[in-house]
Design a protein around this ligand. Sequence first.
Ligand SMILES: *[C@@H]1O[C@H](CO)[C@@H](O)[C@H](O)[C@H]1NC(C)=O
Ligand SMILES: *[C@@H]1O[C@H](CO)[C@@H](O)[C@H](O)[C@H]1NC(C)=O
Ligand SMILES: *[C@@H]1O[C@H](CO)[C@@H](O)[C@H](O)[C@H]1NC(C)=O
Ligand SMILES: *[C@@H]1O[C@H](CO)[C@@H](O)[C@H](O)[C@H]1NC(C)=O
Length: 964
Amino acid sequence: MHTIEKGLPVYNAEQRNQSAQQRPSLNIRPLVFPLLVSVVLGFSLYPRFPLAADGGNHTAQVPFILSDIVAQCNALDVSPGPPPDFDSRNVSDRYELGTPIVLIRNATIWTGGNGGSEIVAGDILLDRGLIQQIGPQLDDPEDALFIDAQGAWVTPGIVDVHSHHGVMSSPLLSGANDIDSPNGITQPWLRSLDGLNTHDAYNLSIAGGVTTSLILPGSNNAIGGQAFTIKMRATSERSSTSMLVAPPYGLDGSDIDYSIPPLWRHMKHACGQHSTSYGGVRMDTVWAYRSLYDKARQMKEKQDEYCAKVLNGTAIDELGPFPNDLQYEAAVDTLRGKVKVVQAHCYEAVDFDAFVRLTNEFKFPVAVFHHAFEAYLVPELLKKAYNHTPAIATFGSFARFKREGYRHSTYAPRVLHDAGFDVIMKASSDTPAAVVARWLLHEAQQAYYYGLPENAAIASVTTAAAKVLGLDYRLGYVKEGYDADLVIWDSHPLALGATPLQVFIDGIPQLTNPVSALKESFQQAAITPNFDDEAQAAVSYEGLPPLDPKEVVTTVVFRNASSIWQRDSNGAQLVYEAPGTDYEGVLVFNGTIVCAGSGDDCPPNNYPGYYIQDLQRGSIMPALTSVGTALGLQEIPLLEITTSDGPVKDPLWDSMPSILSDGIVAAYDGLIFGTRDALLAYRAGVTSSVTAPITPASGDILNVGFLEGISTHLSLGAKHKLEKGAVIKRNAALHVGILHRSTGVSVSTQIATLRNLLFNHDSSLRGQMFQAVYNGTLTLAVDAKNADIIASLLALKAEVEAQSNVPMKMTIVGGAEAHLLAQELASANVGVIIAPVRSFPFYWEGRRALAGPPLTKDNVLTTLIKNNVTVGIAHQGVKEVVTVAGWAAQNMRWDAAWASIDAPDVIDTATALNIASANVESLLGVGRDADTVDLVATTGGDLLSFEGKVVAVISQDRGVVDIF
Ligand SMILES: *[C@@H]1O[C@H](CO)[C@@H](O)[C@H](O)[C@H]1NC(C)=O
Ligand SMILES: *[C@@H]1O[C@H](CO)[C@@H](O)[C@H](O)[C@H]1NC(C)=O
Ligand SMILES: *[C@@H]1O[C@H](CO)[C@@H](O)[C@H](O)[C@H]1NC(C)=O
Ligand SMILES: *[C@@H]1O[C@H](CO)[C@@H](O)[C@H](O)[C@H]1NC(C)=O
């Protein structure tokens, strides 16, 4: 069989005339530039400086020629739409001269047609920025770039309806943070375009297949301003404006041709808790909307009266100029139905109710509610919105980080789809904690896993997204005449880890020497589990279905497993694998594992009276271990301090209560069991967590203190601390954080303090802990991302060891740039917990993180493994805004699997399990007898696959099996 080592074969015209064997890969000229992402969850990251109060005269430039005024009046209520001759265009307005003609041969094309169920096998011809032709065996033009897709999936480019690219850059720097104006609660006159930085990590979003994004202002205002749609590619002009797609006419004050329909505008709204940044409450937010729209309505009425007179032939001299106000014209256009009202951060029923009333009071439609965590609970309310039912743009699993998101459900996309809504999956570059745009497709994959149908899942990031932008006449489909924005995927787009082989924007290939390769075994979407009951329970319990096990039993026979894994002192071991199509693996449990193997080794008949669980070709695998979150210390991280252990003061910059003179605390003392994040993680096979105390350094965006304290290894399924097996290890490791801080405590100060603590111990608890680190008996876990800081830590470790003469146990947690020191880490015997597993340049100090496929063959993880560094991983979402990441623990199974899918030759199944469990534990000083670890039983497929559904956790430590 022909195996593909590297990317798809790409040939230019000349090379195509050579024999196939001789064709070298074409180096595509770089046409991309760096991109970035970030977010705001409703708290300010930077101090604000009020600008001068606005007191200007806002009278807009108005035409004063009768024919112009008549035209303007006639156009007042014309609905937006494409220019009349748009269908017959044969060159894109965004065409860049010199773009090669491209012929993609033999693609499996998801066109977007037929509700997303049309799939066509054939060729695609791109020219002049457009998809010119789709069909079987197209002619191969002379000078075309030729790509043999070898049957690979092609979809439209991904459309991100909720982006802050450019207005809040990655890495996050205060000089490029233009996301939230502090100058007013409703400011419809502001425009994200005016802050759109051309230097952002755009290329990373492209690497995830994102081609178009709606750039929204942030959510600190009830109306944050106007949003603009951009394409993600570099332009030859290198300007903000040249990135726009279909911008409204007259942006630069130029004359508007009123004989053609206007183009859509976009307005960002945010409700609920957000505008509390203005010191108000929900009532104030809604009043702010109403008073703003009332002003706009008065202006609109004046205009309508004026125009009625003009059209009746009243002399212009008598009437004066067309009434308008630059400050309110966008709000007036909203009332005229010319603005796609885009709502972010409207979460709860109470907020939807108020907004739906607002739309009916002022008569304007809503294109899409964003985030919309409770939308699935109130479909009938949403259908009452003025004029038409809004689409819903929401997340896969991002939830519960604040009260407004407490009732979200992973089943929401599917429930909404079933209720007839257009469902859009979104990223949220609102905060580095949330969902990075690069991995937006993974949101659709999660929605698919939890029951959104395949066609709707792909549509949720392509056609449905293009529709709410009002751009589905040119984007979101692979169709002749559409913009040439498409992605060739290495696997089925809904397969875990799907990565672009190539991305086209306006017909221009975006990836230079992509390292991704066709994955032959991932060309179909997984057959996902049935979650009908769970989806129904989510609704009937208003988002809070019980998470306790259905049953707790002590004797079980699991049968029909296709594989059984257990853990021994070397990590995960395969103890049974189905030889062929017989799936007869059996594991017997009676307080402890009695037998594991084939049906012959452990005949189920020998165990009468046992609870029988048929795994239907599923699997049993060791449970995973979370790290880097506050799981076990809090319920709702943001703004709800009473649901949490609370933050620990940091002796490096806070004054400690004198009664706690040694200033060190242990997570053990604050443990909280039974939180929803913990129970959801448990039900997803992440049954324990190593948790350090919460130390959000006040005002520090990194949210990790210097002296964090002592972590505890706890079971996420326990009911309380005193239950058997609830605390696996009371004192796991001593945690410190050495980071570049916005609070002004220098890195050198932090290192000097650490040195002092390591060399000079007093008799306090803190002194004893650091002495134990010095003595090599306690692990020091250091939060660090930056290579220079890691180098300083390795040097400090050598200093200590030169004096103590014993090896010091040090583990790096974070490690975005650890690959730069792979050999040094290996020789110092310092392991790294990569947190989060897929690195991203959230901050300057992690800007050199390796992006991984399709941009670089290796990522931080594989580089370290290849250099024999012991690595563990923390799931995505961790250690950016650390306290909010617990929601993501349930995705750890995907994170581990994805790491393996990206690099199967480096990370096999056992390694994938170990980096997410045994290694995490050993790197944090938790030595464990193998016969105490939990095992996870799944039906349909294994824990690391989209087929598998967790049905039981076997707790050897507690001697019970939790059945879900
Ligand atoms: C398309 O590619 C697939 C996979 O390589 C191959 O089996 C098939 O024959 C190709 N079809 C055409 C029409 O070239
Ligand atoms: C316009 O003219 C029509 C017919 O003469 C009349 O009925 C209407 O009231 C006029 N409207 C205004 C606003 O003057
Ligand atoms: C489980 O093991 C205990 C102790 O060996 C034994 O007494 C009990 O009968 C077993 N239970 C079943 C259902 O086999
Ligand atoms: C560290 O080693 C010293 C010297 O051997 C010993 O006195 C002390 O008890 C040890 N402390 C800890 C916390 O291990």
